[in-house]
Design a protein around this ligand. Structure first.
Ligand code: HEM
Length: 519
């Protein structure tokens, strides 16, 4: 279809079209003919007939009530018939790949004029490439899937596989060798934990929490035990299938019987008489991606302890959807294992030594969640900064109210302190062996996650107060705030509940108290 030619019009010309059946308005120097639209307008026809609207500039009225994205939708964009001669649009939406200029909408290292000791050229290169990919490929899909609840498209996961993105989500290491990462934006040798911070934070910018878990969240936690503990033949096959996007995996530990207490699991695995197979019986609950996973990394009670076993979907494995407060796109499942026969070669790590296999990945998993959670807070800060700037109340922008500014001050202080702590811990990870990380960082990461998710909830509450009724409305102006407020508790539960993690941090600190320490 040919693009419609836009007319050059003067404000005087627009003013002539001020009748219900011939009604033009100006929004940000663009002229819209809404004569036929007013009877279909979701906000009603009569708002267009108020004295100050027909034939006049409705920019302020429009942005007080709508998100900019409304005008980008094809069904509304086609209402534009022209532009005002000699004027330029002032309002810019998000340009794919670009940084936001709203203060505090980006971490300091990406803000104009600021510096950081942690990020080098390769981080900047990588960030640019990944932001473009996220804006163009991930965000449109995230919005659609969060809404329709379907699983993330296989084509997106494969595209991620082609760019090495699935592999990079497991961190640096041998699994990156030989891959071209984001078209060469970073080499496998350069890739470090700060690249991973970037990946995790950029990928969560869509702010769609169900989708965020849906698009291979299960892999991030379910594949590392296979990568580190499976026999080489099994490891190589499963890694190849999952990283390419051909197959899906999830981590199945939690049960209705036991959550943070992994030693209380009731799913059993018993060996057949010939010792060649495990027979697995039991249930698992809240398993992310479980609905569409081909593989499950399962924590089983094997009599003398816990054993991690890789189970393939097949006879005796059934998955049922659990309705949670976010979208079914996450594939959250209740799983039953009914006399499932699994070759003993699928054992991950030592028999009865599964606690170590499972715990060994917890630090990384929690740190990944912290990266995303902090970025989620930042998106909310940006939403609030824009809203208080464009919304007028009592004849003045909301930002002129001291009580609103005080909420923003708290929000900004929270997100900036969380990002600074995250970067400090990431720097430690970059300079520690895996063993040192396990010994020195489990406590600090637990405390960081506790605080990140606690501050996230404070920010969600403040944002709802700033947005008012819109903060509890699923569509329109406050859609991001409503979604955030509804889904923010996920971060505070998955990967270890807030209080359990805080306690872990303190217990580790107490354990390390010098014997002679006294007041
Ligand atoms: C080309 C111009 C316009 C388009 C395409 C448009 C479109 C929409 C849409 C899609 C909604 C549903 C809510 C949302 O998705 O944000 C909406 C709601 C609304 N619109 Fe418009 N609109 C336009 C102009 C205006 C103007 C000029 C006014 C006021 C003078 C107005 C007043 C409202 C009101 C009061 C609502 C309900 C808001 C709410 O429920 O919070 N609209 N409009």
């Amino acid at each position: 279809m040919a693009t419609k030619e836009l007319k050059q019009l003067t404000r005087e010309e627009v003013a002539q079209h001020n009748k219900p059946d011939d009604l033009w308005i100006v929004i940000d120097s663009k002229v819209f003919d809404v004569s036929k639209f007013i009877n279909h307008h979701p906000g009603g026809a009569n708002v267009f007939l108020a004295e100050e609207i027909p034939g006049q500039d409705a920019t302020e009225a429009f942005y007080g009530l709508h998100r900019h994205e409304v005008l980008l939708k094809p069904q509304y964009a086609r209402l534009q018939i022209g532009t005002i001669t000699g004027e330029k649009s002032q309002i810019v939406g998000n340009v794919p790949g670009h940084l936001s200029e709203v203060p505090y909408a980006e971490p300091t290292w990406l803000s104009k004029g600021y510096h950081s000791p942690y990020y080098n050229e390769s981080h900047h290169r990588f960030q640019k490439a990944i932001r473009k990919f996220v804006d163009e490929e991930i965000i449109p899909e995230a919005l659609a899937r969060e809404e329709d609840g379907k699983r993330p498209s296989v084509s997106l996961i494969k595209k991620m596989g082609d760019n090495g993105l699935n592999a990079m989500r497991l961190g640096s290491g041998k699994h990156l060798k030989g891959l071209t990462l984001m078209g060469g934006a970073v080499t496998p040798e350069e890739f470090d934990y700060f690249h991973e911070v970037i990946l995790n934070q950029e990928a969560s910018r869509a702010g769609m929490r169900g989708f965020q878990d849906g698009f291979n969240g299960g892999m991030v936690i379910g594949l590392p035990p296979v990568m580190h503990f499976a026999r080489p033949e099994l490891r190589d096959r499963v890694m190849k299938e999952v990283l390419s996007g051909e197959k899906y995996i999830s981590l199945a530990i939690t049960e209705a019987f036991a959550g943070s207490d992994v030693s209380g699991l009731k799913t059993t695995a018993r060996k057949t008489e010939d010792g060649k197979f495990w027979i697995v019986n039991g249930t698992k609950k809240w398993i992310t991606n479980g609905m569409f996973s081909d593989y499950f990394t399962v924590g089983c009670n094997t009599g003398k302890g816990l054993t991690a076993i890789l189970i393939e979907r097949g006879d005796g494995v059934e998955t049922k959807a659990i309705k949670t407060s976010y979208s079914p796109t996450a594939g959250t499942a209740y799983i039953t294992f009914d006399n499932v026969k699994v070759p003993v070669e699928n054992t991950l790590g030592p028999e009865n030594g599964g606690v170590f296999v499972i715990l060994s990945n917890f630090n990384h998993e929690r740190w990944v969640m912290v990266c995303a959670s902090i970025r989620g807070q930042r998106t909310i800060v940006e939403e609030c900064m824009k809203w208080v700037n464009q919304r007028k109340a009592f004849g003045k922008p909301l930002s002129s109210q001291a009580v609103i500014r005080s909420k923003l001050a708290a929000m900004i202080a929270r997100v900036e302190s969380m990002q600074a702590w995250l970067e400090n811990i990431t720097y430690q990870m970059n300079n520690m062996s895996y063993k040192q990380q396990a010994a020195l960082l489990a406590g600090p990461i637990g405390l960081l996650k506790m605080e990140a998710t606690r501050t996230a909830q404070d920010t969600a509450r403040d944002a709802v107060q700033i947005f008012g009724g819109r903060g509890i409305t699923k569509t329109g102006m406050g859609r991001m705030i409503e979604h955030y407020h509804r889904t923010v508790p996920f971060d505070a539960l998955l990967g270890g509940a807030e209080d359990v993690l805080g306690d872990l941090g303190v217990r580790q600190a107490i354990k390390n108290m010098p014997k002679g320490a006294r007041l």
